[in-house]
Design a protein around this ligand. Structure first.
Ligand SMILES: [Zn+2]
Length: 181
């Protein structure tokens, strides 16, 4: 039997400009509100490690793997949200998010980081690590977008590395020009 997705008075799910499906505010949401719980299967770290590398799509180009839906709950357990009933899995990442996640007594909640207006798309920072960041480009469209889905703690490092790459590319162009001259 198909399980119904978790619901919240605050949200509706529809197509998103950021990425395929998104979650939107059905009405104004006050700062600090618990919007919806991120639910899924509670798994051990060992199980989590083995699921993290599993590709979720049969299309080779789609690099989405299990890690995308796995949430750290505590030192021993994670939550695997890759289930039909976990509506919160549709919430997109943003570099300028209006939500954050919080763990309250063993439950992961999506919380309003500020007052959110009816109709706004909900988003939080997925908090991805630096390894493999190139595989996760960001299309959030915010003024603060750093181009990749990455924890804000890593942004300084990213900017340094991207600046280095740019300088290298410029040097390469100059070299080529000299050769053509
Ligand atoms: Zn972004």
């Amino acid at each position: 039997m198909e399980q119904k997705g978790t619901a919240s008075e605050y949200i509706k799910v529809k197509r998103s400009k950021i990425h395929s499906t998104g979650v939107f505010a059905k009405k104004d949401i006050p700062e600090g509100a618990r919007i919806i719980e991120y639910v899924g299967e509670r798994i051990t770290k060992a199980e989590s490690d083995s699921r993290a590398d599993l590709p979720l799509s049969r299309h080779k180009k789609d690099k989405t793997n299990g890690a995308v839906y796995i949430f750290e709950l505590n030192k021993r357990h994670d939550i695997d949200g890759y289930t039909a009933y976990n509506t919160a899995r549709f919430i997109n990442h943003s570099c300028a998010p209006n939500c954050e996640t919080d763990i309250i007594r063993g439950h992961i909640w999506i919380m309003a980081l500020r007052d959110i207006k009816k109709g706004e798309e909900l988003a939080y920072n997925y908090g991805y690590g630096y390894e493999d960041y190139m595989a996760h480009p960001c299309h959030c469209g915010s003024d603060r977008c750093v181009g990749y889905i990455l924890d804000e703690d890593q942004w300084a490092r990213l900017k340094r590395d991207l600046a280095k790459k740019k300088t290298k590319a410029k040097k390469r162009v100059r070299k080529r020009k000299r050769m053509n001259a």
